[in-house]
Each structure stands twice: as structure tokens, then as C-alpha cells.
Ligand binder design. Structure first.
Ligand code: BES
Ligand code: ZN
Length: 447
């Protein structure tokens, strides 16, 4: 009886008066009552609104949304407002991160050295201007430096074995006032000192060839003096935010509730200079749309809809989120559906990516849903470039939903609303909704 009332209420909420003559996903249901449940699910799938997702992408992608900027704050406020308009009380979770401004000027001159150098900055290198003799300090391990006094000197250090940060701190402890790192293999790398540190001295990074030429040079001229100049670099603390909307279990019989949690996620930040319509206003808008349609139906399992900040700076929002969960909560999360770049006209077909390249509950649910909907299972492969990674590392079944190959506009100013396909949004959101409904409703109704 109660069930009928709930169904009535749902039908009213969704404005469903007629059951449209389309296939229902009744394969897991046997009784008459269960067939009705399947019809509700069909209705939910029909109520997914590509226009609504498109319009939310359009609102979000008016500007880039770099973590820690006013544009991110505006996106966070917009997302919270949308969640709340669907009946949630979304929480905004703040976290801090190190915001590094790269130097505008990098200079390196070495006495009697005629080869042209192209010194690169390392992330978290400090500004400063130093002059001193260049000394070959090897790999910069503590044991390499025991007999060396580097006071007032510039240490030349080869990449490898220990981190740039460790090398830097080892030579600085021995008195070095500057550091010249060089690569241990051909080609360029983006060097990083990992995090800001008070003990750092100005540093640059050279290629392997440049470094080896420098070693020969100081063998020939042992007292050669170098001047190292870094200007405009700075490290500051900044704040980004995650937005979290929670749907608690709401089946009529409390005993049927599970302790499980399903997390649906996306990232709302973008890279600088790109409006990030597809990366990842698309996943953000889809997370909102799933929250909207799922609000209308009873689920026996808690669902958390989360948009993360600072994904583009190294999965910072999702890492913070997973880190602050209790062990108990982590063990209750049974699945993370992570939606990143799910609506580009110019990308390939949908794929799932897992960190270990193995199937898990999320890929199984998605493949079952895509088979039901389209007759074939969405394929999966390996990938660790988005917010499913911290979940997977915590032992939670997690997968990324993305189109492969990516569009040429990825991380470019052209990643704008005109490249978004409503059809792709519709297809992916149907697969994810059916998969999530199966996990958060089915067991209860099949019992
Ligand atoms: N949406 C991308 C991830 C992506 C792009 C996956 C293309 C597969 C194909 C994400 O926002 C991103 O740019 N990630 C970073 C890595 C992350 C650890 C900062 C990337 O891929 O460079
Ligand atoms: Zn992304």
C-alpha cells in the first residue's frame, strides 16, 4: 500500500501520466510489482534531459574555472544552487593547496661558457639572484656530499635515484646558494621540487646535453663562476572547494536500507585559458542531472553527488575528499562513477578506464547497463588521469567515463559550448543512470 503511494507520488513529481510504449529493463524483475519498478526506472531514464545538461554546461563554460580563482567560486555557487533547487542541501568543502607562480625571468651565465643554454624553471623553485663557483655534486645524495663544502657555491646536480627536492635540501644543508639540475636522459621534462620549502635556494633545470657539456667545462676551468637569476616566482596558499550533495536511503522499509554508498563525481575546475565545456563542465552538468532525476525515486543505498575542485592541478579535490573520509566511510563506498569529458561532438566513443586495467563493480554495472540500452557493453581500458584515482587507491571500485580518442580541443580555448553534443550527453547519462539505479534499487526490489 505504502509502495503504491510512493509510486503515485513519483509519477506526480515526474509528471508521468502515460507509460510510453518503449522497452523497459525488466530483465531482473519477476513479479508484477517488480515490473512496475522497472517501468519507473524506464521513466527516470526518459526524464533525463539533455537540454538541461547543455544549459548547465553553457552557464559553467562562460569562462575558465581555474582552482582558487573567483571563476571557480562562481562555479561552486552555481553548482550548489542547482543541487539545492533539486531539493538537496549541498555542502561546500574547502581545502587549501600550494599555488605556484612560475618565474617570468630565468637567467644562467657561466664564465667562459660559450654554448647557448636554455635553462628551465622547476615547479616551486624560489626567486633569487646568486653568483658562485660551479661544483659537480654528482647525484646529490648525502653520501656523495660528505667530503664537500658547498658554502657559497652553485651545485651542479644530475637527475636520478633521489628526488629533486631531496637533492636540493642536501646541497643547501652543505651551504650551496644555488642549484643547476640536469636531466639524466635525452629530452625535456617538467621538473618539480614537489612542494614549497623554506630551505630551497634558486635553481634551474638543463637538458642532459647541456649538463654534460657543463661538467666538461668545469673540469677544464675548475673555478668557473656562474650567475643564476630567477625572478617572479612565488608560492602562495590558495583555497579550492568540492561540492557534495547527498541522497540518503529512502525506501519505505528501513530494514531494507544498505550501509553502502555510491559516489558519482566530476570536476568543475578547468585549466587556464580554456572554458572547459567538455573538460569538465560536461561531467559536472551530468552529475547535476543524475542528482535531479534520482531525487525522485526511492533508493536503498546512499548516493553522493560530488563535483571536485583542483583536479587539473593534480587531482587535489578528490585526494582531499578521500583523505578526510573515515575508514568506516571508505569501506562503505562500493562504487565511484567518475564523469570527465562526456559530451564532445569531436571525440570518439565512450570508454571506461580503471587504474588497474581490471574490471570492477563500476565497469560491470556500466557494461550491463550499456548492453541493456544499446546492445553492446562499453569497453574499458587503463587510465589514471582523473578523479577516480584516489578512490581506486583507497581500494574502492572506481572507473572513469570518457570518450576516446579525446577531441582536439582538449585543454584549449576552443573547448567551448558549441562543441557539445546533446546526443552524447543523453547516451552517457542513460548508461550511468541505469547502472546506478541497478546498484541502489535492484537488490531491494529483487528480494
Ligand atoms: N579530463 C582530463 C583527463 C583525460 C584527458 C583523460 C584526455 C583521458 C584523455 C583531466 O582533466 C586532465 O587533464 N588530467 C591530467 C592529469 C591530472 C593528474 C592532472 C592530464 O591528463 O594531464
Ligand atoms: Zn578533466
Amino acid at each position: 500500500m505504502k509502495n503504491t503511494i510512493i509510486k503515485f507520488a513519483i509519477a506526480a513529481i515526474l509528471g508521468l501520466s502515460v507509460i510510453a510504449p518503449i522497452a523497459t529493463f525488466a530483465t531482473h524483475y519477476t513479479s508484477k510489482q517488480e515490473e512496475v519498478e522497472a517501468k519507473i526506472e524506464t521513466k527516470i531514464l526518459q526524464s533525463l534531459n539533455a537540454d538541461s545538461m547543455y544549459n548547465n554546461i553553457k552557464s559553467l563554460a562562460k569562462t575558465p574555472r581555474v582552482a582558487g580563482t573567483q571563476q571557480e567560486d562562481a562555479a561552486v555557487a552555481f553548482i550548489k544552487k542547482q543541487f539545492d533547487s533539486y531539493g538537496y542541501k549541498a555542502k561546500v568543502q574547502a581545502f587549501t593547496f600550494n599555488d605556484y607562480t612560475a618565474p617570468h625571468t630565468i637567467g644562467l651565465e657561466v664564465e667562459r661558457f660559450s654554448v647557448k643554454l636554455d635553462p628551465q624553471a622547476l615547479e616551486y623553485s624560489v626567486s633569487g639572484k646568486v653568483t658562485g663557483e660551479v661544483i659537480d655534486a654528482g647525484l646529490g645524495q648525502k653520501k656523495d656530499l660528505e667530503q664537500m663544502d658547498l658554502t657559497g657555491k652553485i651545485a651542479l646536480l644530475q637527475r636520478g635515484v633521489i628526488s629533486f627536492k631531496e637533492k636540493m635540501l642536501n646541497v643547501a644543508a652543505k651551504g650551496a646558494i644555488g642549484v643547476i639540475f640536469f636531466n639524466n636522459e635525452p629530452g625535456n621534462i617538467m621538473g618539480s621540487l614537489g612542494e614549497p620549502h623554506e630551505g630551497f635556494v634558486p635553481s634551474v633545470l638543463l637538458t642532459q646535453t647541456e649538463g654534460e657539456t657543463m661538467i666538461s667545462h668545469i673540469k677544464k676551468y675548475p673555478r668557473a663562476v656562474a650567475s643564476l637569476k630567477i625572478e617572479g616566482a612565488k608560492s602562495e596558499k590558495n583555497t579550492s572547494h568540492n561540492v557534495i550533495a547527498t541522497k540518503k536511503p529512502n525506501v519505505s522499509q528501513k530494514a531494507k536500507e544498505t550501509h553502502d554508498i555510491v559516489v558519482i563525481s566530476a570536476h568543475h575546475d578547468s585549466v587556464a585559458g580554456a572554458p572547459g565545456a567538455n573538460d569538465d563542465a560536461s561531467g559536472t552538468a551530468m552529475t547535476l542531472e543524475l542528482a535531479r532525476v534520482m531525487k525522485a525515486i526511492p533508493t536503498h543505498t546512499e548516493i553522493r553527488f560530488i563535483t571536485f575542485g583542483a583536479e587539473e592541478l593534480g587531482l587535489l579535490g578528490s585526494t582531499h575528499y578521500v583523505e578526510q573520509l573515515s575508514k568506516g566511510e571508505i569501506s562503505r563506498i562500493v562504487a565511484n562513477f567518475n564523469l570527465d569529458m562526456v559530451g564532445s561532438k569531436d571525440a570518439g566513443d565512450l570508454i571506461l578506464q580503471t587504474v588497474d586495467n581490471k574490471p570492477n563493480l563500476v565497469t560491470e554495472l556500466a557494461q550491463e547497463a550499456s548492453t541493456d540500452l544499446n546492445g553492446e557493453p562499453t569497453p574499458y581500458n587503463q587510465g589514471e588521469n582523473s578523479d577516480h584515482v584516489p578512490f581506486a587507491k583507497a581500494g574502492i571500485p572506481a572507473a572513469l567515463f570518457i570518450h576516446n580518442p579525446a577531441e582536439p580541443w582538449y585543454h584549449k580555448p576552443e573547448d567551448s559550448i558549441d562543441k557539445i553534443s546533446k546526443e552524447k550527453l543523453q547516451d552517457v547519462s542513460e548508461i550511468v543512470t541505469l547502472a546506478v539505479m541497478n546498484q541502489t534499487r535492484r537488490e531491494y526490489y529483487a528480494k
